[in-house]
Design a binder for this molecule. Sequence first.
Ligand SMILES: Nc1nc2c(ncn2[C@@H]2O[C@H](COP(=O)(O)OP(=O)(O)OP(=O)(O)O)[C@@H](O)[C@H]2O)c(=O)[nH]1
Ligand SMILES: [Mg+2]
Ligand SMILES: [Zn+2]
Length: 348
Amino acid sequence: MNTTLLQLGWKPHFQQQLSLEDLENCAIYRVFAQHRSQIVCLGSEHYPHPKTFQVTHHFNDITVGDWVLIDSNNQIVKRLDRFSLAQRKAAGTEIKTQRIAANVDTIFIVMSLNQDFNLNRLERYLALVKSMQVEPVVILTKADLCENYDDFAAQVQRLDPFLTFEIVNALDNKSVQALQKYSQTGNTVAFIGSSGVGKSTLVNSLSGNEIQKTGSIREDDDKGRHTTTSRQMQLLPNGALLLDTPGMRELQLVNSAEGIADTFNDIEQLASECRFHDCQHESEPGCAIQAAIVDEKLDVRRLRNYQKLLKEDLHNPSTVHERRQADKKLHKFYKTTQQGKYDLKYKD
Ligand SMILES: Nc1nc2c(ncn2[C@@H]2O[C@H](COP(=O)(O)OP(=O)(O)OP(=O)(O)O)[C@@H](O)[C@H]2O)c(=O)[nH]1
Ligand SMILES: [Mg+2]
Ligand SMILES: [Zn+2]
């Protein structure tokens, strides 16, 4: 296959969607930016110069990261099926989702080693990323400001022995080299994490120059200002395709049951070992989850966060039908968990 397309993230998944006719009549482009009714694309034709195309109503679900086929009249004829999609609930009460980015391979979950560090939030991000069929890599930043980062590392590894994570000083190019192995040619990476944790700083260190504005942080409470506002993809010198969009911050759990199950598979495994198959894991005899808590193999915090995320996921269904189904399930869930003997109020 064309090397330019490979550099832009082309994969067998897309190749197999092409008919002979498509190959004969169309040029293949990837969407790098979106401006109202226009998309800015890169493809093997005219590379490395971007081409702008008009988006008709029929294709209004196209988003950054998508692949499109363009005919000889510069018309979009097809959007290729995605292998992953990041979307969020649109503002307002309506149950609508807004697409943020398509065809992302890896998401760097960025968390700084200060007041921002929070296991519940990390578990939420992991569930989200896994539910999008994207590979998560946890990046713990501001190692230079932290004395006991080994403690934090141990806490993260305890969540999942197979979880990949790196500890970096995002301001130090050498330290950030550890991320190169996840950002190879044609790999599309995105960042998720609170404001001020160092996402743009990482992008700059990875690319070796200042391509993103970074914000200075208020030292008193570690809350950064929101500095990143553009939504676009860029090619880094190391060959990776990078998305640092502000919308990634507001992603919510919507239909994320699989991602939650994957993130908390230790709890789901334990649940399958409870004596009663409808065990609520509160005070039933033979409860494997309560036994694991007593043996200090499972944190109550983790169990409560799992239950909370499940509940939240049920609250955010994407269609009216799913919402009705969810309301029924939620009612059941409330009935069975209200009598919990542990404090339900955990910070997230
Ligand atoms: N000491 C130190 N400072 C860092 C590190 N990472 C980021 N910073 C600083 O933290 C501030 C915020 O970093 P940004 O990269 O702008 O944060 P961001 O995640 O892009 O924030 P938003 O764009 O608002 O979401 C900047 O002043 C950075 O210089 C780090 O590893 N060590
Ligand atoms: Mg930023
Ligand atoms: Zn149980």
